[in-house]
Write a protein that binds this ligand. Structure first.
Ligand SMILES: *[C@@H]1O[C@H](CO)[C@@H](O)[C@H](O)[C@H]1NC(C)=O
Length: 740
C-alpha cells in the first residue's frame, strides 16, 4: 500500500491537482498517515518562530505570538490596554515573566501595533497606526545597517530558544542584530554582560520604572572596565553595591556558596571584550538574574515541570555591609561585629572623627594613625582574611605571573601603595592588584568566602599584629599539649576505674548485706567496710508514723523526705527514694558511697540507710531550720536573716565545698549546689545536702564529661549545661549563683 502511494506521487508530480486528489484519497481510504501529519505540524511550528517579509507580521489585534522552536520563550504584545509593549516571556510558565522589552520607553497607546520587516532595508520594525493621518508610524526599530539585507527579503527575525531575538541573513546566517545586545532588566544563561571593545557596545541591565512600567528605571547593573573590572549596581550614577572584581573564580563579593551553584561562569578580559556570561549545567533548571525596581539584584530558579513559583535563590544588597562604602574609607564592615554597628578600621587606621564614629556614623571613615611611618620605616603588611577587597576601579593590576611575595615587594617599593591582593585566586592564578590611596568598601565575608587583603601598616602595628598571630600559635600549641596530657590522664583514670569497679560493687553489696532483708543477706559476706548502721524498715515506719503526709518535709530529686523520731528521742530525716524513679538505685548507691566517707560540720551527716525489697531509704540528721531557699526567697523570712548571719552561712557553704573539693580524702563534685540543697541546723549553720548527683574524682583528675547532664539549669555553668563538661569549677559557678 505504501509503495503504491509513493508510485502515484511520483507519477503525478507534474500535476498538483492530481496529487491533491490522490492525497485526499489516501486520507479517506487509509488510516491517517502519521509521518506525514507530523511533518506538516513540524513545518507549521518552524515558521512560528520567524518574522519575514513572506510571513504575516505579529499584530497586537490578532493576539499572535512568536514561539521559539523549543517552546521556551514567546514574543508578543503585553501591557495594559493603553500601554502596549512588545516583549519576550517564558512561553510555558504562568504569570508572564517578561525577560526583554523592545519599546520600553515608548508604549503604544492602542492595539494598532504590529511587528514586521521593513521592506526597504530589512530591519525589524514596530509600527503603530496613528488615527489622525492613517499612516504607519515607527515606534521602535532594530536600526541595523541597511546594507546587510539587500534585498530586504533576505532578512529574517527569529526567536531562538535562548530568548535571543535575532535578525539574520536568511542564507548566510549572518547575525545583523540581536536582542541579547540590548538587555533590559534581566540577564539569562548564555547572554553576555559587558563591553565589546571593538564596537564600543556595552551590555548592562537597567531596572524597570515600576512593576507595570518597563521604562528605564533608576538602577543599572554593569561591568566597570576600569582598574580590575568589577560588576557594580548603580543608583543613577552612584555605585550602590559592588559584586566585586572578578577574582578568577567568581565576583569577589559574592558568598563562597555561589561557587557550588550548578552553573558555569566565564569571564573574558582581552583586547576584544570584557564580558561575563553563565549557563546552567542542568538544562532542567531555568534561571534568570533581575535588577528589580527597588534596586535589588535577584537570582531566580525554576525547575522545569514544577508547578511552583520562581524561587529566589539569592539577592543583593542584602545586609548592612552591602551598601557601597558603608564604613567609609579604610573602614572594614563585618556583620558579625555588633548588632547595630558593623564598622571597624583596617589595621593601622583609626576613626577619622571619633565622636561621630562612636555615634555610629561611619561616613568619614578612618585615617592613618598619626605618627605612623609607612615609608621606609620598617613597615609591612597585615593580612585581613576573607574579605571582599576594596573598590578596584583605581588599582594597578599586574597580571604577569607575579608571586605574592613579589607583589609585596612591588607594593613596598611605592610609598603610596596602601594594600595589595592576589589578582586571581584560582589554582593557576597569579598576578596582583595594588591599591594606591583610599581603600573603600571592604567587607568581611563568611568563612571561606572572599580573599586575603594585605594592608600596609607601620613597624609598630606590624609587630603588634605578628605578635598576636604568634601568640595565637603559641596558645594553640599549649592547648593541644595540655589536651593530650588530659587525654592520657583521663584514659589512665578510666582504666583504673574499670579495674576497680568490681571491688566497688562488692563493697556496696557488703553494706546492703548487713541490712535486715533476708534477700540481701544472701548476696554477700556480712562484713561491712563502713561504720554505717542499717535501719529496720519497721523502725522507720514507726518513727515517721507510716510515712504520714503530716511528717513530710519535702519532695527531693528522687523521692520524698519525711521527718521522724526514733524511740531514743532523736529527730531524723528519712529520704525515701521513689520506687518508680529508674535512676533511684544508681543515685542511692552513689549517695551512700559518697556521703558515708565524709564528715564535716558543713555537710549533712548520714546516720544510716535501709534497704527492703524495692524500698531504699537514707536516714539523715534532722535539721529544724529547713533549707536556705526557705529563707532567702521569702521577703519576710529573709528579713530575719541579717548580713552577719548571711555572711556566716556563705562562709559555711564555702567551707563545705572546700572540704568536698580538696580537704577530704576524696575529690567530690557535688553538681547540684543550690539554695534548696543547703540545710540549716538550729544555729543556722549551713549543711550541704543531697549527694545524689555527686561525682568522685581521683586526686589528679581535673575535668570529666557526661552525656547525662543533671542538676538545676539556673545554677549550671554553661560548659556543663551545653557540653556536659564538669569539674570543681562547676560547683564554684553554682556557688557564685548562690552567692548572687
Ligand atoms: C525587589 O526584591 C526584593 C528582594 O527580593 C524584594 O523584597 C522587593 O519587594 C522587590 N521589589 C519589587 C518592587 O519587586
Amino acid at each position: 500500500m505504501k509503495d503504491n502511494f509513493r508510485m502515484q506521487i511520483f507519477s503525478a508530480k507534474s500535476s498538483p491537482i492530481h496529487l491533491n486528489h490522490i492525497v485526499m484519497n489516501y486520507f479517506t481510504h487509509a488510516m491517517i498517515h502519521y509521518e506525514l501529519l507530523l511533518f506538516l505540524i513540524f513545518r507549521l511550528c518552524n515558521c512560528l518562530d520567524k518574522i519575514s517579509i513572506q510571513y504575516n507580521p505579529i499584530r497586537d489585534i490578532d493576539k499572535t505570538v512568536l514561539v521559539s522552536s523549543g517552546e521556551t520563550f514567546a514574543l508578543g504584545f503585553f501591557g495594559k490596554p493603553n500601554y502596549r509593549y512588545v516583549g519576550i516571556w517564558y512561553h510555558k510558565i504562568p504569570g508572564q515573566t517578561v525577560v526583554w522589552v523592545a519599546n520600553r520607553d515608548n508604549p503604544i497607546t492602542d492595539s494598532s501595533g504590529f511587528l514586521s520587516i521593513d521592506t526597504t532595508n530589512g530591519n525589524l520594525v514596530l509600527y503603530h497606526n496613528s488615527n489622525i493621518n492613517q499612516t504607519d508610524e515607527v515606534v521602535w526599530s532594530t536600526n541595523a545597517s541597511s546594507s546587510a539585507c539587500s534585498p530586504a527579503s533576505c532578512c529574517v527575525a527569529q526567536l531562538l530558544d535562548s530568548s535571543n531575538l535575532v535578525l539574520l541573513h536568511n542564507i548566510t546566517k549572518q547575525v545583523i542584530w540581536q536582542s541579547f545586545d540590548y538587555p533590559t532588566n534581566t540577564i539569562l544563561p548564555n547572554m553576555k554582560l559587558g563591553l565589546d571593545r571593538r564596537t564600543g557596545l556595552n551590555r548592562f541591565l537597567t531596572s524597570w520604572k515600576s512593576e507595570d512600567d518597563p521604562g528605564i528605571g533608576n538602577y543599572s547593573y554593569s561591568i566597570d572596565p576600569s582598574g580590575s573590572p568589577q560588576l557594580i549596581l548603580y543608583k543613577g550614577q552612584i555605585p550602590w553595591w559592588r559584586a566585586g572584581h572578578w577574582n578568577g573564580i567568581i565576583w569577589s563579593g559574592l558568598p563562597a556558596t555561589s561557587v557550588k551553584f550548578p552553573f558555569n561562569a566565564s569571564f573574558v578580559n582581552d583586547n576584544n571584550e570584557i564580558s561575563y556570561m553563565w549557563n546552567m549545567l542542568d538544562s532542567s533548571i531555568l534561571s534568570r538574574i533581575v535588577v528589580n525596581e527597588s534596586g535589588i539584584v535577584q537570582l531566580f530558579i525554576w525547575y522545569k515541570g514544577s508547578q511552583r513559583a520562581w524561587n529566589e535563590m539569592w539577592s543583593a544588597p542584602a545586609d548592612h555591609c552591602d551598601p557601597y562604602r558603608h564604613c567609609g574609607a579604610f573602614g572594614l564592615c563585618d556583620t558579625g561585629n555588633a548588632e547595630h554597628f558593623q564598622c571597624t578600621c583596617l589595621p593601622g587606621y583609626e576613626p577619622r572623627f571619633p565622636t561621630q564614629w562612636y555615634m555610629r556614623d561611619a561616613n568619614h571613615g578612618c585615617a592613618r594613625k598619626p605618627g605612623s611611618l609607612i615609608c621606609r620605616g620598617g613597615e609591612g603588611f597585615v593580612n585581613v582574611a576573607n574579605v571582599k577587597v576594596p573598590d578596584t576601579s583605581r588599582v594597578e593590576v599586574i597580571s604577569s605571573g607575579l608571586s605574592l611575595k613579589a607583589c609585596e615587594k612591588e607594593c613596598l617599593r611605592n610609598c603610596n601603595c596602601t594594600a595589595y591582593a592576589k589578582a586571581n585566586i584560582s589554582e593557576k592564578g597569579s598576578g596582583c592588584i595594588l591599591w594606591h590611596g583610599n581603600l573603600i568598601d571592604t567587607r568581611k565575608l563568611p568563612a571561606d568566602g572572599g580573599q586575603d587583603l594585605y594592608v600596609r601598616v607601620d613597624e609598630h602595628d606590624l609587630a603588634k599584629y605578628t605578635k598576636r598571630s604568634k601568640g595565637l600559635l603559641a596558645t594553640i600549641l599549649v592547648v593541644s599539649g595540655v589536651s593530650i596530657l588530659f587525654s592520657i590522664i583521663f584514659f589512665a583514670y578510666w582504666f583504673l576505674k574499670r579495674k576497680r569497679k568490681g571491688q566497688h560493687n562488692l563493697f556496696l553489696n557488703d553494706n546492703i548485706a548487713s541490712g535486715e532483708s533476708s534477700k540481701e543477706k544472701n548476696l554477700g559476706k556480712s562484713k561491712s567496710h563502713l561504720d554505717l548502721p542499717f535501719f529496720d524498715l519497721r523502725t522507720l515506719i514507726t518513727a515517721t508514723d507510716n510515712f504520714s503526709t503530716t511528717n513530710k518535709l519535702g519532695q527531693g530529686g528522687f523521692g520524698s523526705v519525711y521527718k521522724g523520731q526514733l524511740i531514743s528521742g532523736q529527730d531524723i530525716a528519712v529520704k525515701r527514694l521513689s520506687k518508680y524513679s529508674g535512676q533511684g538505685m544508681e543515685e542511692f548507691k552513689n549517695e551512700v558511697t559518697v556521703i558515708a566517707k565524709l564528715q564535716h560540720r558543713n555537710l549533712v551527716s548520714l546516720l544510716g540507710c535501709c534497704i527492703h525489697k524495692e524500698e531504699k531509704m537514707l536516714i539523715y540528721e534532722y535539721l529544724p531550720n529547713k533549707s536556705l531557699d526557705y529563707f532567702i526567697f521569702d521577703a519576710r523570712r529573709g528579713s530575719n536573716l541579717d548580713w552577719t548571719k548571711r555572711f556566716e552561712i556563705v562562709i559555711g557553704i564555702a567551707r563545705g565545698i572546700l572540704y568536698l573539693h580538696q580537704d577530704s580524702r576524696l575529690k567530690i563534685i557535688h553538681r547540684d549546689l543550690k539554695a534548696s540543697n543547703v540545710l540549716l541546723d538550729s544555729t543556722m549553720n549551713p549543711k550541704i545536702s543531697d549527694f545524689g548527683m555527686a561525682r568522685m574524682f581521683s586526686e589528679d583528675q581535673i575535668q570529666a564529661r557526661t552525656k547525662k547532664v543533671v542538676g538545676t539549669y539556673g545554677y549550671m555553668s554553661p560548659e556543663y549545661a551545653m557540653q556536659g563538661l564538669y569539674s570543681t569549677k562547676s560547683d564554684v559557678f553554682s556557688f557564685g549563683v548562690l552567692l548572687l
